[in-house]
Design a binder for this molecule. Sequence first.
Ligand code: NAD
Ligand code: MG
Length: 390
Amino acid sequence: MRTVSVFGATGSVGESAFDLLIRAGGPATYRTVALTGGRNIRRLAEMAKALRAEIAVTAHAELLPDLREALAGTGTEVAAGAEAIAEAAERPADWNLSAIVGAAGLPPGLRVLRRGGMLALANKETLVAAGPLVRRTAREGQATILPVDSEHSAIFQCLIEADLETVERVTITASGGAFRDWPLERLARATVAEASCHPNWDMGQRITIDSASMFNKALEVIEAHELFGIGLDRLKVVVHPQSIIHAMVTHRDGATIAHLGPPDMRHAIGFALNWPSRAALPVAKLDLASIGSLTFAEPDETRWPALRLAREVIAAGGAAGAVFNAAKEQALDDFIAGRIRFPDMAAAVEHALSVAAGQPGFAQSPESLEDVLAWDALARMNAAEWKGAA
Ligand code: NAD
Ligand code: MG
């Protein structure tokens, strides 16, 4: 029987994965090793019971008694804290979904790779913050990374049996998020609630706001660069408001292979779960006639400066990814808390990048988790210090 672990089980991606596991027969089909979550103890316990998980872990030490009580008598072990999540990742499981949000997803992901597990990666921050370290760890552990971010799953699928040498361009699509059509001058007044609505995808709040600012797409450009080894000259973003085409690969002979599907993460998660075969999935099938038209536009970098920053991060290499990711997380925290305005997020990230660029060692890629975390802490501090021009 195949064994699975889900890190970030109670989030949006985690819920979609849970749905797939249950529909596939739950404990009759998969043996669940670890499930981890945050503050939603009730949901974590429900999931652990339904899947008969070996261990359930909450990120919060103070919630351990609640989790213990919720799972008393079930046979599921309980634990709490960041180190307990990382330790749970060391338990052997064939398939491991990384669906924690933010840089907190990196430590368990590295543990999975070190033991040679298959890492289904939704947590894009892992590759943005520590791409070279993650790839090296995967190589040394003889581990496999399968993309779960929808655009990267799409690229992966377009590249099956393709020759990277003949690929001239990889294009990922962006819906444009909540503020695609807003007048630019209104962005400074955008509220957290307004930024937390996505036109097509139902996702966690952080990635939804990152879609409005295009920081999500910026992270994805870096993620594509790290995953597929594609240079900046071959990576393109196009705005596609319907989110039906997820990515396209253009070959030198003029053929473009595109991946299309309704915006439902269960496709990308289910593809990774069943890879290399294609199982039946509970996803609506595409009906182009009912959609009518698909439209495209060049992204406007005045509206979305995050895309320019992504190019600068790739060009800089070294610690730039770790700094970019952490500064973005801090700026997002600050926007959600009402400390800065929506457009200030890009300015705060740019500030943190320029301060870090003056530090010794910036040009070297972080070689250990500790190195990544040191750049991460510095970047958060500098992004938080940014006060703006006003
Ligand atoms: P979410 O906020 O809905 O869920 C996050 C999960 O991580 C929850 O289980 C939460 O309890 C847990 N978590 C949060 N902080 C944690 C911490 N410090 N330590 C341990 N666990 C923690 O997020 P989401 O939208 O499901 O996104 C998860 C990841 O997948 C992100 O990296 C996101 O960019 C990526 N992703 C999401 C989608 C989507 O459709 N939601 C699509 C593509 C990629
Ligand atoms: Mg995506």
